[in-house]
Write a protein that binds this ligand. Sequence first.
Ligand code: PLP
Length: 382
Amino acid sequence: MELEAAAMEKAGEKVCKLNIGNPALFGLVPGEETLRNFSGCAPSALAYSEYRGTEAAREAILKYSLKKKLPNVKEENIFTGNGVSELIEIALDALLNPGDEVLVPSPDYPLWTASVTFAGGRAVHYLCDEGSDWYPDLQDMEEKITARTKAIVIINPNNPTGANYPEEILLGIAEIARRHNLIIFSDEIYDRLLFEEEHTSIAALAPDVLCVTMNGLSKSHMLCGYRVGWMVFSGAVEGAGSYIEGINMLCSMRLCSNVPGQAVIAPCLEGRGRVEEYFLEGGRIRSQVSRACSLLNEIPGLSCQMAKAAFYLFPKIDSSVYKIKDDREFAVNLLRDRKILIVPGSGFNWQAPDHFRIVCLPEEEILASAIEAIGEHLKNYR
Ligand code: PLP
């Protein structure tokens, strides 16, 4: 679909892209200071760094991890990467043997499912329950554990649902991991993009469980193109020597992550960027998400929960109102007929053809007319 949209654009058509969380495309950029830091560091970033990352970057990540109350973190167990994306692959490659299973949420950020599969494992999806603020269904999660299960993935705050998990849910997941001796992977790339509540890292609540917390600057500082991510091992690291050795090996094989990108980690984590302001009352992203949410809810047969974080909405299509059998086909037709690019729910490993995700980064008026067009397009399925 993305390629088709690109071809349409090349042919001179204007496509409204609500498919990808790439803030800078929509004029959402980090402050001058961040950009100055990046250009200023160029001469000192010519060489490969230590494969885990520069000392300055890892010290800043350590400080940030301590602020988030991650237990038992040592600088030697912090790894920078070319975005969280690269680290997801490395973390799973080092862990999985053929046939090993990993519990992944449904809906998920699809790279997790794909990376489990590429690493030779099997992604087993547990349900996140729309009726309970999109929190993971802990019973479903536990019922899906088998002798082959190695790890639980959580995405918190969540893409695509915008959920931010409360402590009781995180404690429940930690307890399941503890009982079944599983690793927890927590993708927290949206942890500073909150509309209201605080964010709690699951690792802070699970000092006796091996947790791998992933984070980066793509979203929090709107630096997607710089490719800056990191992962932090915490909790029961002492029993994980051979796994962490494998991670060291894979990281050293790719020499290091992008060094100019690493150079902005410390200033970004220490300073308060302009980005958080987009999420405060009256802030641009907050206004866009809440306007988009109410407009979606005004369309008969659509319902949408307001996100607690990030900039996505994942509305539900009432299947008794709209006869959509194949949500991908619905999305392709929307692109061809209305020039709007969305991602169907199945793109997030959601099983029923009754959801789609929109990115609320365009300005309010653009979002409003796109949502109106989606409402019109839906009428074809009545
Ligand atoms: N994890 C989640 C949940 C995401 O939504 C994304 C990007 O959208 C990523 C990871 C990838 O992040 P990065 O740019 O750091 O590779």
